[in-house]
Design a protein around this ligand. Structure first.
Ligand code: GTP
Ligand code: MG
Length: 220
């Protein structure tokens, strides 16, 4: 199980993003401001370095591994600010969201700073600018660049409304979160995936009567 927390100023679209991840579509009705925090869950399958949303057929592929991703969608309103640390404490990944406005970027910057001071070490942090559908030129190019070069924090521009980049950015950070949690298992699953691929090649060669020397390659 991997714990992912969404944080950021109220109104930047955290709940909309979580709903988009869970349902694959934009919320049908206007979302309400979150009170406290809301819990959601998605399932992903990891095979080698690759992480995808779980699909029954994928679970049957040897060498793949299913992960439950617990998502905490926290409230951005100031009156809930004191609750943040409770959710951050156990988080593997924190996705800090802003929507390009200076106020939301200031809040995001403060969160990044606070997360770096977490008692048990910083979680994996990603900064997303949401509402990419509304802004033609990103207001946060410069800041995002700085996050990357100075703090090694990855960033993304997403839109809960159109879905742009949401799944890709999420799966990317989840893959990193899983790898960070369990680097050995990562190695093991790469090895298993390579072995499966080799077995498939051997089976195909045997079936086709192909007698060429077998290549034993651990990477495919
Ligand atoms: N144009 C546009 N509007 C969005 C997008 N995502 C969310 N919104 C709108 O932004 C408003 C706030 O969205 P929420 O998802 O409630 O924001 P939140 O961050 O969860 O807010 P709190 O729960 O109060 O912290 C809503 O009116 C959404 O419809 C987006 O990608 N594009
Ligand atoms: Mg919300």
């Amino acid at each position: 199980m991997l714990r992912v927390v969404f944080a950021g100023l109220y109104g930047v679209g955290k709940t909309s993003l979580v709903q988009r991840l869970q349902r694959g579509s934009a919320p049908e009705t206007e979302v309400r401001t979150t009170v406290g925090a809301a819990f959601g869950q998605v399932h992903v399958v990891r095979r080698g370095e690759k992480v995808e949303f779980a699909h029954p057929a994928l679970n049957e592929i040897k060498g793949s591994e299913q992960w439950d991703v617990h998502i905490w969608d926290t409230a951005g309103q100031e009156r809930f600010e004191s609750l943040g640390p409770i959710y951050f404490r156990e988080a593997d990944v924190v996705i800090v969201v802003h929507d390009g406005t200076p106020r939301s970027q200031n809040k995001a910057a403060q969160l990044v700073k606070d997360l770096h001071q977490r008692a048990n070490g910083p979680p994996l942090i990603q900064v997303w600018q949401n509402k990419a559908d509304q802004t033609h030129v990103s207001e946060s190019v410069e800041w995002h660049g700085e996050l990357k070069t100075v703090h090694n924090i990855q960033t993304a521009r997403v839109s809960a409304r159109t879905g742009e980049n949401v799944n890709a950015a999420f799966l990317d950070v989840v893959a990193q979160g899983i790898a960070r949690r369990n680097p050995e298992a990562m190695h093991e699953s790469v090895r298993l995936a390579a072995r499966d691929a080799q077995n498939a090649r051997d089976a195909r060669d045997a079936r086709d009567g192909n007698s060429r020397p077998k290549s034993r390659c651990w990477l495919w």
